[in-house]
Design a protein around this ligand. Sequence first.
Ligand SMILES: *Cc1c(COP(=O)(O)O)cnc(C)c1O
Length: 449
Amino acid sequence: MNNFDLAQRDLAVLWHPCTQMKDHEQYPVIPIKKGQGVWLEDYDGNRYLDAISSWWVNLFGHANPIINAAIKDQLDHIEHLIFAGFTHEAGIKLAEQLVAITPSGLNRCFYADNGSSAVEVALKMSFHYWRNIGQIQKTKFITLENSYHGETLGALAVGNVALYKATYAPLLMEVITVPGPDCYYRETGESWATYSERRFELMEQALQRHAGSVCAVIIEPLVQCAGNMRMYDAVYVKRLREACDKYHVHLIADEIAVGFGRTGSLFACEQAAISPDFMCLSKGLTGGYLPLSAVLTTDEIYQAFYQDYSTLNAFLHSHSYTGNALACRAALATIEIFQQNDILVKNQVLAKTMAAVAMRFHEHPQVAEVRQTGMILAIELVKNKQTREPYPWQQRRGLKVYQYALANGVLLRPLGNVIYFMPPYVITETELEWLAEVAWQGIKRAVED
Ligand SMILES: *Cc1c(COP(=O)(O)O)cnc(C)c1O
């Protein structure tokens, strides 16, 4: 078997996610034979450094021996079973762990099987909570400009990336969209904190005006990942928590991408020293092994559903693969790796190295900004550095970086014209240096002509 044959068979029957399939007339789809650590290897023996953690899910490398062993052991006991009326040890232990490691007050864990579903659960639970306590006028959600919460219709509705959303607008519930704190737009010399604080006024106004009809505000704390890795200061999250309390509105923290150490703390909310009413987790939850998600919430919310059956107040939401035992076991192994290896401390060093290897991009004539939060570093390519005029999207400059990087052994998958590094936490300093060099060369070619 080789790359070409597999790619042919693939294109005959498959339809890939988030892809204009016609692009594959020009760019081959790459069949991967195996993975090891940060490396992926195809059927022709080419290796690729997985600099984006396989779409932000992988934390401790491919074929991680600890996670592999945990799943193999679980396989010999129970792979999966109905999670209503029945339970299993891995699911219980994981919920105990999640309650222990997430911010205080989050004492209940509801499982789903992917990020979008977790967002749907949080939205429905919030709405349903207000209904159960008699506040039936609360039916709306507040969301931030440039936010992303997944692709199912509810999750898409509370997101705000036009590329994914616009086509489906007629199908989506209406939401209240508030201009965001994206610090790319701060004034020269203005700090992230000052700008974030200043932009919060718009959120405060929206809450003041709409709180009576609003169930919850949903945000991605600190980094809007799918929205081109735009970043903001924790003070915004802090102010939002205060305002949500003041106006009796829930705060949903979508930590699907930023959770599990990505922003420097285990959860991004920690940097604002707050607890949300709902926290959505997925992606890194299983170390990038298996689909699983969890919604953590409070006793207060749980209690509003805890009544006699005849009240018909129960949360009758389920997914067939809710709480999959193999996935729960992979998640337990992932948390164990965090706890036994001082990962957050090690990541501080890695994050500094990432900053260092990316130093030279600051001065690049086609780079408007290099920004970083923990283990996420983004490089914003523009046509004009002074005016920040972007390249016309039709030129697909980012795609050129992608192609160059692939041909040179690195998997980068730019978001439009934003090149970013979001590697597994097992990447080495040497690999980071090399990654930056390949990105540099890729950008050099992408901005020619
Ligand atoms: C990826 C992502 C989702 C959706 O998760 P899926 O598992 O892809 O459905 C939701 N929110 C954020 C912030 C994400 O990055």
